[in-house]
Design a protein around this ligand. Structure first.
Ligand SMILES: [Cu+2]
Length: 176
């Protein structure tokens, strides 16, 4: 009876290895917490950019503009200028993701990422994010530098449902 539940240590180690391989491999390239990028769209390709939107970031902890309208399917190039004297960033995400990430940033303020949905911009510099808004809805963005989000450094992209006119298609405004 007793030894029915005995597992050989090597067999156990092997089983654990197999169990862990899948999730660990999937987590590569994501932040802790496993952000689902598909909820906010997907990284855009420069060749598919249909519109450029300029955004200014200031030490007043504001984005100008802070609300942007987009159409589902659009690929937008955000040209983001830091006109302040401290580092700022723009991170796209759901509010939940941004808050989670912000908590991490408070613990590790020097944490920097190479992530298509965000850009960190040094004072006086300009950065860019190219994003395809493949999902309709409200997509938030925020500066996750410690203190900045709390101070109101946030904004949103309102993505209207429906097809954006394809690039180079002059008939985009024709509606049935
Ligand atoms: Cu900031």
């Amino acid at each position: 009876m007793n030894h029915r539940f005995n597992v050989h240590p090597i067999a156990l180690a092997l089983a654990l290895t197999i169990t862990l391989t899948g999730p660990v491999a999937q987590a590569a390239g994501q932040h802790a917490g496993g952000h689902d990028e598909s909820a906010i769209g997907e990284p855009g390709k420069a060749a598919n950019v249909t519109r450029t939107v300029q955004i200014d970031m200031s030490d007043a902890m504001r984005y100008t503009p802070s609300s942007i309208d987009a159409r589902q399917g659009e690929t937008i190039r955000f040209v983001i200028k830091n006109s302040g004297k401290v580092k700022h960033e723009l991170v796209l995400g759901t509010e939940k993701e941004l808050l989670e990430h912000y908590e991490q940033m408070k613990k590790f303020p020097e944490m920097e990422h190479d992530d298509p949905k965000m850009v960190t911009v040094a004072p006086g510099k300009t950065g860019q994010v190219i994003w395809k808004f493949s999902k309709a809805g409200k997509i938030d963005f925020a500066c996750l530098q410690p203190g900045h989000y709390d101070a109101g450094m946030k904004g949103a992209v309102a993505v209207a449902a429906g097809k954006a006119p394809a690039k180079g298609d002059g008939h985009g405004n024709h509606k049935p």
